[in-house]
Design a protein around this ligand. Structure first.
Ligand SMILES: *Cc1c(COP(=O)(O)O)cnc(C)c1O
Length: 393
């Protein structure tokens, strides 16, 4: 079997053997319900309690500010709807977000808009950054919540969250950040950074899928999303995903303990990819040059379709991703690439390579030995490319 090179770690990551080992006992002998009073249940409860403490430490929170959820999407929904419905009762029904959010945030605020909430979508600059000044100008008397993505999943741009959170604090507005791509990848301290709500998902840092957490700063009033039993301090019902929660905490601790070393390796590989792929005629790097995730490369190649590039990369054994959303049944180019100012036809030809510590310089070398010739081949078949070169030069 041909070896698969996995360059799509922003979509999901593999569960490491260490994480899997930590989870298995809770599917086997330690299967108790954490709410039961006998020791089998209490052991499960203790495991969750320890996971909560370990996760809190990784992001500078208190243990009782960590609430387990089913993942990043649920955490985003809970944070946004929870604040919106609670503060709507006090007459605040304005929400501020950005144009480059993940759909878990965008579609949530769109749903609230349909219910009568007002929404402001902040522009970003050509690097994908939200300016604290524009946030300051957008805040109104009736603003309930500001939700800005910490690190963008497509272009990798890392926001100045501290400055954005400070603007919110000055104006007494609650701040949420979708930190799904940031947690375990950049140093985070919610207390020092002044963040009120922060979303976490396990499967973006070698934890299991279907489990995540929401950091809720003590004192923040937030309605419940899921009603039922008394789990998670009565704020999020449902028998806990014990194995998932343990896996989440082990993965996060591992990511935080090894962050500096891993990022150093990742940046080396990222820079080789960016430097070499930039040599391709009419290519461009998307996202901020330096304020970007260590493992993120996002390039546009004029005159080609991202989808065709992905299929040919797949045939060459490389898993990657494109900004255009053809795979999901629509031909719209990425809203993120449009928001940073790319024209439609350029945004269609995008390629995202997202690396993690499972990747090696040899894999980077191999990718670089195939990508330029695939781009050439696709361009040689592209009427669009013909038009571009006959117009240009
Ligand atoms: C993956 C991702 C999500 C969704 O997380 P799930 O755990 O898959 O629901 C939300 N936001 C960002 C930025 C992501 O990358």
């Amino acid at each position: 079997m041909k070896k698969i090179i996995y360059f799509d770690n922003a979509a999901t990551t593999n569960v490491t053997p260490k994480v899997l080992e930590s989870m298995l006992p809770f599917y086997k002998d330690n299967f108790g319900n954490p709410s039961s009073i006998y020791s089998l249940g209490r052991d499960a409860y203790k495991a969750i309690d320890k996971a909560r403490e370990d996760i809190a430490k990784c992001i500078g929170a208190d243990k009782n500010e960590i609430y387990f959820t089913s993942g990043g999407s649920e955490s985003d929904n809970w944070a946004i709807k929870g604040v919106a419905y609670t503060l709507a009762k006090t007459g605040k029904n304005h929400i501020i977000t950005s144009k480059i959010e993940h759909h878990a945030v965008l579609h949530t605020v769109e749903a609230l808009f349909k219910e009568g909430f007002e929404v402001t979508y902040l522009d970003v600059d050509s690097d994908g950054l939200v300016s604290p000044e524009s946030l300051k100008n957008a805040i109104r008397e009736d603003t309930a919540l500001v939700s800005i993505i910490y690190a963008n999943n497509e272009i990798g741009t890392i926001q100045d969250i501290d400055a954005l959170a400070e603007v919110c604090k000055d104006r007494g507005v609650i701040s949420h950040t979708d930190a799904v791509q940031a947690v375990g990848h950049v140093p985070i301290n919610v207390k020092k950074q002044g963040i009120d709500l922060l979303s976490i998902s396990g499967h973006k840092f070698h934890g299991p899928k279907g489990v995540g957490a929401l950091y809720i700063k003590k004192g923040i009033k937030l309605g419940n999303l899921i009603e039922g039993g008394a789990q998670e301090n009565g704020r999020r019902a449902g028998t806990e995903n014990v194995a998932g929660i343990v896996g989440l905490s082990v993965a996060l601790q591992d990511a935080c303990d090894n962050m500096a070393k891993r990022n150093e390796q990742l940046i080396k590989m990222r820079e080789v990819l960016i430097e070499e792929l930039s040599k391709i005629d009419r290519s461009r790097l998307n996202g901020h040059r330096t304020k970007r995730l260590a493992g993120n490369v996002n390039m546009c190649f004029e005159g080609i379709e991202g989808e065709s590039l992905l299929l040919m990369l797949d045939a060459a054994g490389i898993c990657a991703s494109s900004g255009s959303a053809c795979t999901s049944g629509s031909l719209d180019p990425s809203h993120v690439l449009l928001a940073i100012g790319l024209p439609h036809e350029v945004a269609h030809g995008s390629l995202r390579l997202s690396l993690s510590d499972i990747n090696t310089p040899e894999e980077v070398e191999y990718a670089l030995s195939v990508i330029p010739s695939i781009v050439d081949k696709l361009r040689s078949m592209s009427p669009l490319w013909e038009r571009i070169i006959s117009k240009g030069k």
